[in-house]
Write a protein that binds this ligand. Sequence first.
Ligand code: GLY
Length: 432
Amino acid sequence: MDVLIIGGGGREHALAWKSAQSPEVGKVYVAPGNAGTALEDRVKNVPLAPSDTEGLVEFARTRAVALTIVGPEAPLVAGITDAFEKVGLRCFGPSAQAAMLEGSKNFSKAFMRRHGIPTADYESFTELDAALDYLETRNFPIVVKADGLAAGKGVTVARTRAEAAGALTGMMSGGKFGAAGQRVVIEDFIDGEETSFIVISDGERAIPLASSQDHKARDDGDAGPNTGGMGAYSPSSIMDDTLHDRIMRRVIEPAIAGMREEGAPYRGFLYAGLMVDADGNPEVLEFNCRLGDPETQPILMRLKGDLPAMCDMALSQRLRTDAVSWDPRPAVGVVMASSGYPEGTTRDRAINGLERVDGTVKVFHAGTRQEGDEVLTNGGRVLCVTALGDSVTRARDEAYRAVAAVDCDALFYRTDIAYRALAREATAVAGQ
Ligand code: GLY
């Protein structure tokens, strides 16, 4: 069967790479893809934007694509799955109604409240004055979120009332984020350690993928502005059986059951961004209606199952736990981003040395494009250099060895990816 992957980032490169390994798969199309997907065997880029629903439906129909997997949230929230299904095409990802778990923070928070899923207290507002009045009653820091999709930039953790008021004003009367910021959610700040927990669901059952943690801040030590993620590793270093069970019981199972009860069965990847407190209790920071980026890259490096087969089973509502198994070795992914990211970006700078990367390392491309034989930067996050290792330390060392082999004067990266996992590993080794 032929498969279509929608999107052009590192997550989609990993999805395409993994799909192409399936013995059941003929061709893998990626719309629009990047230089990395263009260079993969059996993978072909298609110059269609993820927002071009009509064009993508037409492409899948005329090429008899058997399975489409949607990477980013925007087309899902816009209803791409519904559009494919309407003409009888198989498309893996939640319906527009189910994707509201990410598409509207207000919907998501109200849903969690209705179903007893642990999350911080909140209120939502469409009037700036009422939102500013609410701040008078709260403690700081506090979190201000644009209700709609804002390309990962719609969340402000405000340390002071003035900062929160500035964020609210920018969103609600300054037009920052457009319609997405006309409604805001203000929620209490919760402290702890962040972790990502992603499942694949067929609407009834949910099977957890390998756990992961990402680094959202731009700079070493988790400093600097928030980004889409500067690196990730799998498994998450705080995950143990107790926490895993708590997340499944308190978060994932009620979410899947709740969506089904509300008439919007959740079929797709569901990503819970969690804060775990000192007693190991998880609270949901956000739900995303898709796989994480860059979490997907280390997770798929560890996946032993057949990815298109898993998605196909979930679409047919016959997901089985034995469809998924994992390489026990940890994986670490280091993002190399364009100078200026996330505020601005540089483009069109040559990337050399990629052919020097080998062994257990895979370089997933994101913001790259091909020009002749050259690979050029194309802005934002550019590469995610991902390695497997017998330990977190080995995986980290391999990833950074490969990062050093990449030659481009317009890229930067964090030097401390997986530092928490490394510290825990060092403590465990010392205790042996
Ligand atoms: N890495 C965070 C996200 O994908 O939302």
